[in-house]
Design a protein around this ligand. Structure first.
Ligand code: NAD
Length: 478
């Protein structure tokens, strides 16, 4: 059992002003896994004050000093990698193999990538006697979701610190364990008191106090659209910058000349990764109508071969979804797909066959629907579970139209045997990130969405840019 009863404020581990804890359960067993502090508005105020005080000195550190700090954090992160992996698996239910191979390295890489980007960033540009300076925006509230609990906070913290900002991190209440490990990493790496503060607690309490706080200059929010609207509205009276990274309904276009194995492997990997709880999940698979049967014949056994089970066992490829509430949501979408006439190819409602020890876990059967049309609920709304929707298209033009016919625009995937054609289709996708064939995720570039997938960019120099103000000084003769 994990017991985290403190918040990290102004360089100290300190109890909430009104001590309270949240009981957490293991998603794989439904049994208690630990308890974490629940902060309140007073704690937010203390954390924001600490960040404001620390900003005076941290904002004038040199870029070279911050590069050293980011590298020190990356090195400490590497030392704590196994602790971070265990924390992610316990709170999220992600298979330990996946926590080690994806969650942790993606979090750690953020600090090295930010250091590299900062080394190459020109923070002062001279245009004759006018100097354009890029300066840290100030105190930033970082609000993160539960689905990538190592990556999301790391991306925001790395970019903000690189820029010279001070921060208050409020992670999702379901995933506090990895946030505590991150705070320990930052403390051990020598981040000065007040530069990083961690306030655990409920979104409606901590989030709202941050949204409205007059001493918070910027909010970087990753989460769902409806909550983002509330954040934007609450932040409006203080005119703070609000950067949003929201949901998706990302298409994979399998072009007529695509290699079948590549198409199927990409579909299974990117639709079902992390139990489908990925903002950029390839949850709509667009296949040429004449190849749909062939595609489904290969996709079905691949989905059925996924080993769903105990996240701590070696070889498990899919764990549970994060909570009972998320399980209910996913089941609702599976029922909706059936009601609206999609053809259930494999998976479906209920839990997979698992040992008794896992019977109270939030496991979902990897589910594939075919004959999905793009107006069905399962093609329009983010499910955030292991549910794939296969949509047949008539022509490449038709595929591009279907792909872009979504309120979202986060990610896209193109599978083709012809690199030129793949690129041409990728260029026409209205999404902020596109992967061609079996390319690995690149964390050293920009990440962010078009349309209702958000207005921000994260990672590397693009992420740092969000935390900077631009100032012109005219008439410099120094
Ligand atoms: P959520 O919107 O429910 O919560 C996100 C965060 O906001 C949590 O920390 C939550 O406590 C907090 N929050 C809740 N109410 C708040 C309020 N009134 N003010 C401020 N903060 C508040 O999202 P979730 O369920 O944690 O995460 C899933 C969503 O996140 C999905 O839609 C997913 O696509 C999205 N997501 C997007 C990206 C991206 O990079 N675009 C990455 C990961 C997840």
């Amino acid at each position: 059992m994990r017991e985290f009863h403190n918040l990290y404020i102004d360089g100290s581990w300190t109890a909430p002003a009104e001590p309270a804890v949240l009981e957490l359960t293991d998603p794989a067993t439904g049994r208690p896994s630990g308890r974490a502090a629940l902060g309140g508005a007073t704690d937010v105020d203390r954390a924001v004050t600490a960040a404001r005080n620390a900003f005076a000195s941290f904002s004038i550190t040199t870029a070279a000093e911050r590069v050293d700090l980011l590298e020190a954090i990356g090195a400490e992160y590497a030392r704590r990698a196994e602790d971070m992996a265990q924390a992610v698996t316990e709170e999220l239910g992600s298979p330990l193999d996946l926590s080690r191979s994806l969650h942790v390295p993606s979090g750690q890489s953020q600090f090295h990538n930010a250091a590299r980007a900062l080394r190459n960033l020109d923070l002062v540009e001279k245009r004759g006697s006018t100097w354009v300076r890029r300066e840290p925006i100030g105190v930033c509230a970082l609000i993160t979701p539960w689905n990538y609990p190592a990556l999301q906070p790391a991306g925001k913290v790395a970019s903000a610190l690189a820029a010279g900002c001070t921060v208050v991190l409020k992670p999702a209440q379901l995933t506090p364990y990895s946030a505590v490990v991150l705070a320990e990493i930052l403390e051990a790496a020598g981040v000065p008191a007040g530069v990083f503060n961690l306030v655990l607690g409920r979104g409606s309490v901590i989030g709202d106090a941050l949204n409205q706080h007059p001493e918070v200059d910027m909010i970087s929010f990753t989460g769902s659209g409806p909550v983002a609207v509330g954040v934007l509205t609450a932040a409006a009276p203080t005119a703070k910058r609000v950067v949003t990274e929201l949901g998706g309904k990302s298409p994979q276009i399998v072009l007529p000349d695509a290699d079948l194995d590549t198409a199927v492997n990409t579909a299974v990997l990117y639709a079902l990764l992390n139990s489908g709880q990925t903002c950029g999940a390839a949850s709509r698979t667009l296949v040429p109508r004449e190849r749909q049967d062939e595609f489904l014949a290969a996709l079905t056994p691949a989905a059925e071969a996924l080993k769903v089970g105990d996240p701590h066992s070696q070889g498990t490829s899919m764990g549970p979804v994060v909570s009972a509430g998320q399980w209910d949501t996913v089941q609702g979408y599976i029922r909706k797909g059936i009601e609206e006439g999609a053809r259930l190819v494999t998976g479906g409602p209920g839990k997979p066959d698992l040992p008794d020890t896992l019977k109270d876990g939030h496991f979902v059967r990897p589910t594939v629907f075919a004959d999905v049309t793009n107006d069905m609920t399962i093609a329009r709304e983010e499910i955030f579970g292991p549910v794939m929707s296969v949509i047949a298209y008539e022509s490449i033009e038709d595929a591009i139209t279907i792909a872009n016919d979504s309120p979202y625009g986060l990610c896209g995937y193109v599978t083709s045997g012809d690199p030129q054609q793949a690129l041409a289709v990728a260029e026409r996708m209205r999404t902020g990130y596109v992967l061609i064939n079996d390319a690995d995720f690149d964390f050293n570039t920009s990440w962010g969405g078009y349309k209702q997938s958000g207005n921000g960019r994260e990672w590397a120099d693009f992420g740092i840019g969000e935390y900077l103000e631009t100032k012109s000084i005219v008439g410099v003769h120094a």
